[in-house]
Each structure stands twice: as structure tokens, then as C-alpha cells.
Design a protein around this ligand. Structure first.
Ligand code: AMP
Ligand code: MG
Length: 418
């Protein structure tokens, strides 16, 4: 590539000429992303996964009429008129236990001792609970009437053959796994989880677990991104810490993955290689977004992978992940594009101000039911997101809002899928 050509798109040390809007980026992402294909997983790995196909039952559950109480399997007609003052005699002719049915048939005036879950014997049509019978060995007396069908669980009453039990797209709950098992299903077709390579760049970074030392800092984005990826149903593949060298970054971006997240070096400094690499070797669709923090975010493609270039500043990294990468990962995995954050509406304790033309991501606390903006402007203080209860978004066309105005708060405390 000629130098003149190179300088036309090399924004390093010049700043962004134009920033894309968040809406433009989201529209591109939503249009570019299709859910991944299906894979079969055993039931014990199915909870939390997204069902790829409808599940229709090919069996009845239960597959037979069964007792719902311990007592006597009877012919309901034989109990007609029975009461504590008019006890009616029945002859016990056998026993039915779960998994061990009574092989004969219950004739008029007869009964079979039966336990909950045992098949109802032929001839019987009701269960007289033990507490409504006077039992002396094989001689029993009914002390109450039972209508036909009483305390009998019918074949197919839980799930009838042909029923659509679960729909494609369902995020499987533990009880769904139980229902699948009840139909004899041992493995299930689910949407493949996106593989997400996490490339952490920066010569100043120490691996997690190392205390900050000299001019070096510990990598906080790697562990944070891995947890976010898991939360959003992806499988993180940490690529370790990569030095600020173009070839090393390019090699790491070529990891076998559906999505590549690159942390650091996404801006316009002289050590910011990732945007240039993506433009040279793939496609850099967006670079520079009208938002704060996270303005130096980039998005594009490299040999079929979605690549998101995240700023190294940890708050920016979190914000850019949440704004773009998380949404993409959830959609690839067949999940909702929406944030997993709970929302609530509350009034501002103090005014918030914001420049028109960019979306602001403001960390806030909830104090006595009011929304208190945290007094931190910068994107480098990650502990601000730990002190915060959540965040408020100020749209690009807004200058902010006065004290007392109602705003929507997204709460950080969302359930994690770890
Ligand atoms: P960069 O985006 O690479 O220019 O980094 C911006 C700032 O974020 C610098 O102060 C970096 O030291 C810091 N930073 C970059 N990567 C990380 C990381 N993985 N963990 C913590 N801080 C980082
Ligand atoms: Mg860096």
C-alpha cells in the first residue's frame, strides 16, 4: 500500500474526523448478525442454553393411569353410600406398587392395596385414601364415598403425545430439563455458544494475579470481559496479554472464534495498531463513536469474525462491551438483544449535564430512592462502577436533565451465568 493512500485513512495522532452515532452502529450490528447453528448437548449441560428447535412429545407422561394417594384401588360404585356410620366391606385381593403392577383385575366388592405412583389395576376406577378406610389385614371397610377418577392420575395428563412442550428460542430452565427427561429425551438441540477470543493489548500490563509494580498495572479488562462474555452466553477464550506490536496483535485477532474482542490500542495514538490492522486485513466498519466514555471504539470484520476494538480504559471497555459486543454475543447465541440489567425509574437528586451530539453513560448510585450521579468524569477509574448501583444513559440529543427529573436507571446487579 502506498504511503499517500496510507495516510488518507490513518487517523493516528490526528483524531477522528467524524464519529458515528450509537444508533448507526447498532443498526449495522443487528443487520449483520444471525444466530449460530445448532449443536446437540446432553441434558446435564442443557440448563441456561437456548433451544434450537421446538420440542414435541412423542410419548404420554405418565404412560399409564396411576394412584395419586396411598390407599386402596377400588370400583367407585362399591363405595356409594359409605360413611363412618355405614362402613362398606371390601375384599383385598392384592397389591400394586410403583413399578410393580397388580396383574389381575379388581372385581365387584374387591380392592387392591395401592401406593402413590403405582399403576391403577384393571377394573378399578378410583383410589380410596388409606385414612378413609378401616383396614384389618385383608379385611377392609370403606368409610367414605369416592367418585370415579378420584385420586387417579390419568395417562398423558402431564404431557400428551404430540404436545409442543417447549419452543425454539427458549432459554432452558432447570425444570425444563426435568420435563425433557420425563419424556425420555437424553440430549437436546441448542444454539451453539459464540466463541469469543479476548485479546488484551498493552506493554504496561501484568497478568491478573500480579500486584501493580513500578510503571506496570494489572490487567483488569481480561477477567472482566471473560465474566461479561459468560453472562451473555458466550464462551471466553482468553488469548493472554499481547504486546503492542502489530504482528502480535494481528496473530491474536486471527484466533479461531466467532467474535474477537481486542482491549486497548483502539484509539488514535501511535501505539494504537488494532484499527489500522483491521482496515488493512479485514474491514473496519466503524471507528470513533459519538459517546462518552468509549468514543475510541471500533467495529469490523476479519475473515468472518466480528471484531470489536474496545478502549483500554476499564470503564470505557465495560461501556463499549455493554453497548456493542454484549448485544452481538447474545444475538449470535440466540438470546435477546436486550441488556440483562434490571431497569427502574427514579428521580434525580442532582442535575446531570451532557454535551449534545454524544450519548453519555453516567454511573449513578441510588440514595434514599433518588438517583445520585457519581462525581467522576474519567473512564479510567473502574472502582467507580463498583461503587455505582447502575448507570443512566443521556441520549445524544439531550443536554441532560434537572434535579427532580425522572430517569431510567439500569442496575448492574443482574444474575450472572457463570
Ligand atoms: P489504551 O486504550 O491502550 O490506550 O489504554 C488506555 C488506558 O487504559 C491506559 O492508561 C492503559 O494503561 C489502561 N489499560 C489498557 N488496558 C488495560 C487493561 N487490560 N486493564 C487495565 N487497564 C488497562
Ligand atoms: Mg494500550
Amino acid at each position: 500500500m502506498a504511503d499517500s493512500e496510507h495516510s488518507a485513512w490513518d487517523v493516528r495522532m490526528k483524531g477522528f474526523l467524524r464519529r458515528s452515532t450509537v444508533e448507526e452502529v447498532l443498526a449495522w450490528l443487528d443487520g449483520a448478525i444471525r444466530p449460530l447453528g445448532p449443536e446437540l448437548v446432553p441434558l446435564d449441560a442443557a440448563a441456561g442454553r437456548v433451544l434450537a428447535e421446538d420440542v414435541l412429545s412423542t410419548v404420554d407422561v405418565p404412560g399409564f393411569d396411576r394412584a395419586m394417594m396411598d390407599g386402596l384401588a377400588v370400583r367407585a360404585a362399591d363405595t356409594l353410600g359409605a360413611s363412618p356410620y355405614n362402613q362398606l366391606p371390601l375384599e383385598v385381593v392384592g397389591e400394586a406398587l410403583p413399578g410393580r403392577p397388580f396383574s389381575g383385575s379388581v372385581g365387584p366388592g374387591q380392592a387392591v392395596r395401592i401406593m402413590t405412583g403405582a399403576p391403577l389395576p384393571a377394573g378399578a376406577d378410583a383410589v380410596l385414601p388409606a385414612e378413609l378406610a378401616n383396614i384389618h389385614g385383608s379385611q377392609v371397610w370403606a368409610q367414605s364415598e369416592v367418585p370415579p377418577g378420584k385420586h387417579v392420575g390419568r395417562k398423558g395428563e402431564d404431557i400428551a403425545t404430540g404436545t409442543r412442550v417447549l419452543q425454539a428460542g427458549r432459554v432452558l430452565r432447570p425444570q425444563d430439563v426435568g420435563v425433557l427427561a420425563s419424556m425420555g429425551i437424553g440430549q437436546v438441540s441448542v444454539i451453539r455458544q459464540p466463541r469469543v477470543a479476548i485479546v488484551i493489548t498493552g506493554d504496561e500490563l501484568l497478568p491478573p494475579g500480579c500486584p501493580p509494580q513500578g510503571f506496570q498495572i494489572a490487567d483488569s479488562n481480561g477477567p472482566m470481559l471473560a465474566a461479561l462474555v459468560r453472562r451473555d452466553g458466550g464462551v471466553p477464550h482468553p488469548a493472554g496479554i499481547v504486546p503492542d506490536r502489530p504482528q502480535a496483535i494481528l496473530d491474536a485477532m486471527r484466533a479461531s472464534a466467532d467474535v474477537v474482542l481486542v482491549s486497548g490500542g483502539s484509539s488514535v495514538g501511535q501505539e494504537d495498531h488494532a484499527p489500522l490492522l483491521l482496515r488493512q486485513h479485514g474491514e473496519l466498519v466503524f471507528h470513533g463513536i459519538a459517546m462518552r466514555p468509549s468514543s475510541p471504539t471500533g467495529l469490523g470484520r476479519l475473515e468472518g469474525r466480528l471484531v470489536v476494538l474496545l478502549p483500554g480504559n476499564p470503564v470505557s471497555c465495560l461501556c463499549a462491551y455493554d453497548m456493542f459486543a454484549g448485544r452481538a454475543i447474545r444475538q449470535l447465541g440466540g438470546r435477546s438483544q436486550d441488556w440483562p440489567y434490571r431497569r427502574l425509574r427514579a428521580r434525580l437528586a442532582r442535575k446531570i449535564s451532557s454535551a449534545v451530539g454524544r450519548l453519555d453513560y453516567l454511573r449513578v448510585r441510588l440514595v434514599d430512592g433518588l438517583v445520585e450521579p457519581l462525581a467522576i468524569g474519567g473512564a479510567s477509574l473502574l472502582s467507580s462502577t463498583t461503587r455505582a448501583d447502575g448507570f443512566v444513559l443521556v441520549p445524544a440529543d439531550s443536554e441532560g436533565a434537572p434535579a427532580g427529573a425522572e430517569v431510567e436507571v439500569f442496575l448492574y446487579d443482574s444474575p450472572l451465568r457463570l
